[in-house]
Design a protein around this ligand. Structure first.
Ligand SMILES: *Cc1c(COP(=O)(O)O)cnc(C)c1O
Length: 499
């Protein structure tokens, strides 16, 4: 069963938590207890496939889904077809103690696919189990990566329609074409003349509009959300932490039972939080290392215990980490302060009203036990891509490069030489301009458009272009909607044919 991080909602089942997305009056759903996964069980799974691991880890969290049902959905989400290999999340070693877990082999070339290939199935089944028989309309505001991953995940899922809003001139050409060329008869994409905040604010205000919900309900529609505060998006991410561990043991690089570190390039705190749940279940983890770019709210928070978002927002070359309010931190705070929802509520209210809160000493100490924070500047990120390419022959995307830089800082600062896995969140081809500049200099990108850059990066690195990014300039653009932020509600009604 699931409860609220702010003690303001009754216990509910997994299906209902996934259908609701978040607690309607604020708060996130968390499991009433965290199931343990003893080492002996993990040992039995050393030879298991990714799908078998997923089955074992997801089952205890999904009481109202049958084991057979989970097996079916996991099989549909993770396969050779969607992820290009049986490993799903392959592990590559750069040094004896430094390994990269590649999470970007899914259809859209970023790690969001791991959650969004499974979550739509979990949600559509949840609606069948606890729903009202209405069609579910998924509204998504995206700064680039989530939109395409959600479109691919929900494409042709029965009983669902998905509408994605993106900032018209605020995403890369590749990201825009990824979205506007999406097929499927239930997908809709709308460009908004404004920035990501405008999209997000417009979508959030629809969720809070009861009259709008009533109008849709009359026509047989119900709204839901696919963003990362939904438990159904967090849960699938636990699996690859176990997979990384098992792969290290299998490759003879780790003695079973020894502890490892994970470095996670972080934005909304969903990915690293999944790592924390994995360690709480019993995965042998020494430290979780939270890597930020110049928007280093979290680095400062873990150093001081004060969360202060009152600072300028910086646009960086790792845009998916450009975030000052990390939504999923709320779940971590709840666990770290001994599950006191009233106190969590106070902190989050402070953040909303004043832009700042600070935790008590005990909570700070609990966090220090498991977490270490660091960051990388823009120059350091580019330099890390360059060194890693020249010295190891491995090509990092800017997000993952932030992680590798912070790994080196962590080692220097603590002397800890435990084997460490850096979680790679995007294919270098998805952020090709920055990667090309880093490895071949500013001159290398002069006069090239993004498609020419894909070819140039492939030539320089010898890597195949990610299939999800290939031939985009040849595909038919199927979505042409464009409007202002004020027209967002009218766009939704028009798409659904509601007058
Ligand atoms: C979303 C994203 C992140 C941040 O992940 P969180 O779960 O929000 O912390 C990092 N890198 C890439 C490439 C992403 O798309």
């Amino acid at each position: 069963m699931y409860i609220s991080t702010r003690d303001n909602w009754p216990e509910i089942s997994a299906a209902l938590a996934i259908k609701l997305g978040m607690v309607p009056q604020g708060g996130l759903f968390v499991p009433t207890y965290i199931p343990s996964f003893p080492l002996e069980r993990l040992k039995d799974l050393l030879a298991a496939s990714y799908q078998e691991l997923a089955q074992a880890i997801l089952e205890p969290y999904l009481d109202d889904y049958a084991a057979e049902e989970i097996r079916e959905l996991v099989g549909r989400a993770y396969n050779n077809n969607s992820f290009g290999s049986d490993a799903i999340t392959p592990l590559v070693s750069l040094a004896e103690d430094l390994h990269i877990l590649e999470l970007w082999h899914g259809p859209t070339a970023a790690f969001k696919d791991i959650a969004l290939q499974l979550m739509p199935h979990l949600l559509s089944r949840a609606v069948q189990k606890v729903g009202s028989g209405k069609d579910t309309v998924i509204l998504v505001a995206t700064s680039g990566d989530t939109g395409k991953a959600a479109l691919e995940g929900f494409k042709d899922v029965p009983g669902t329609r998905i509408i994605v809003f993106y900032p018209h001139q605020g995403v890369s050409k590749i990201q825009e074409l990824q979205m506007t060329t999406t097929t499927g008869n239930n997908t809709h994409v709308v460009g908004v003349k404004g920035n990501f905040d405008d999209c997000q604010t417009a979508v959030k205000s629809i969720f809070g509009d009861r009259e709008f919900a009533r109008l849709l309900a009359e026509r047989g529609y119900e709204l839901s959300s696919a963003n990362s505060i939904n438990w159904g998006r967090l849960l699938p991410q636990l699996v690859y932490y176990f997979s990384a561990y098992v792969q290290l043991v299998r490759q003879g690089r780790l003695t079973f039972g020894d502890k490892i570190n994970f470095v996670v390039p972080t934005g909304n705190f969903g990915n690293i939080l999944a790592g924390w749940y994995a360690s709480r279940m019993g995965l042998p983890v020494n430290k979780l290392i939270c890597a930020s770019n110049e928007n280093k709210v979290l680095t400062d928070f873990f150093a001081t215990g004060v969360y202060d978002r009152r600072r300028p927002f910086k646009q960086t070359i790792s845009p998916s980490m450009d975030i000052l309010i990390s939504s999923n931190l709320e779940r971590f705070l709840y666990e770290m302060n001994g599950r006191d929802g009233k106190v969590v509520n106070g902190w989050l209210t402070g953040l909303q009203e004043e832009g700042i809160f600070s935790v008590d000493l005990q909570t700070k100490e609990a966090m220090d036990e498991v977490m270490w924070g660091g960051f990388a500047t823009e120059e350091e990120t580019l330099a890390t891509i360059e060194h890693t390419f020249k010295e190891k022959g491995y090509t990092l995307d800017p997000h993952t490069a932030v992680g590798v830089k912070v790994y080196h800082d962590y080692r220097k600062n603590t002397g800890d030489t435990s084997p460490t896995v850096v979680v790679a969140t995007a294919s270098p081809f998805k952020f090709n301009a920055s990667v090309l500049k880093a490895i071949a200099g500013d001159e290398a990108v002069k006069g090239l458009d993004e498609f020419a850059m894909l070819g140039e990066l492939a030539r320089l690195t010898g890597l195949p272009i990610h299939p999800g990014l290939m031939g985009l300039d040849q595909k038919e653009v199927r979505h042409h909607r464009l409007g202002t932020k004020d027209q967002v509600p009218a766009q939704v009604l028009d798409i659904l044919g509601v007058e």
